[in-house]
Design a protein around this ligand. Sequence first.
Ligand code: PLP
Length: 387
Amino acid sequence: MRSVYLDHTATTPLDPDVLEAMRPYFNDIYGNASSIHQFGREARAALDRSRETIAGLVGAKAGEIFFTSGGTEADNAAILGVAARAVKSGKRHVITSGAEHHAVLSPCRHLEEQGCAVSFLEVDQHGAVDPELVRKAIRTDTCLVSIMHANNEVGTINPVEEISAIAREYGIAVHTDAVQSFGRLPLHVDDLGLDLMTLSAHKMYGPKGIGALYLRRGIGADPVMLGGGQERGRRAGTENVAAAVGFARAAELQCSRMQDDNVRLLALTSLLRESIVSRISGIVVNGHPERSLTHILNVSFDASKIEIDGEALLFNLDLAGIAVTSGSACTSGSMEPSHVLLAMGRTPGTAQATIRFSLGRSTTRDDVGYTVDRLEEIVRRIGVRRN
Ligand code: PLP
């Protein structure tokens, strides 16, 4: 049976060049990067080169990049770290949005439990944050604004430059989760006015389990992971040198092909969107019509026009060899409608019948054609039209 992977927002396969770059660091250069002998020094040199590469790609200094176990840890380190430092001077308020990834929402909820205040800003119908809402939410005790660069479910790109300009007027640190935009959009910490930024390797054909936090020099944040003092005391734990090398190589490769990939992916997602909308009625396209990542297409079935079970939809697509997600959290066996779509104003009925397609390097026009054919058949079979 044909197999079509359209879930590149969840993760991507490892680029073979990345695997080659990593290979020596499993067997030959296996030293602990914190050891002072030659084995350690060799590993340290590779780690430092990787840090420099990543820093260079985002306009940062090498000393401002800290490796983490992934995007989730970097988000936690940013939010909990800044807040832990700020509460010592009486600042206990954080601003974020209701459409963030759980790696941001959960530490923010944890802060609330610890006695901090968090403003979860509303997003507009496209999933974007209005910078003026950030201004309105600012308080004298606000220590951090954390708004994602591009949304992982609907692909909407936030006006991060405008948001950070406002926060800077008030001297408030700005963090963005750039997990989905690294290698897909130009990313320069000064141009975007950022103080902290989260990155992850496995969304850009790098290895899983490695990410990084950019922390602008002079921004106060307490470390969250305590122990041996690695990463200059910012993140304890033996450094994952092979993964860092893989991350740097993946980032280099992805950034160098970004423009070509975007042109190709935009053509494919446009074809997918137009084919679905023209052949299947009752479709709502979620996301921003212009400010959007090129590889994501998120569609829902309008519950006032067609009744269709979101879980059955994904199950049937999977049976046809098509891997997609609804973008919603799957908790205790039942699919919750996506918090992002609900925040955008979709009804629970419409939000539960959602498909997120995320295309990648391997996606072809044939894959798009096959997917639309199967989807049309499945909807005809399991959907109930309302008159
Ligand atoms: N932030 C966003 C926007 C994501 O899409 C993801 C992964 O899905 C994460 C954070 C978490 O990154 P990681 O899987 O590297 O922990």
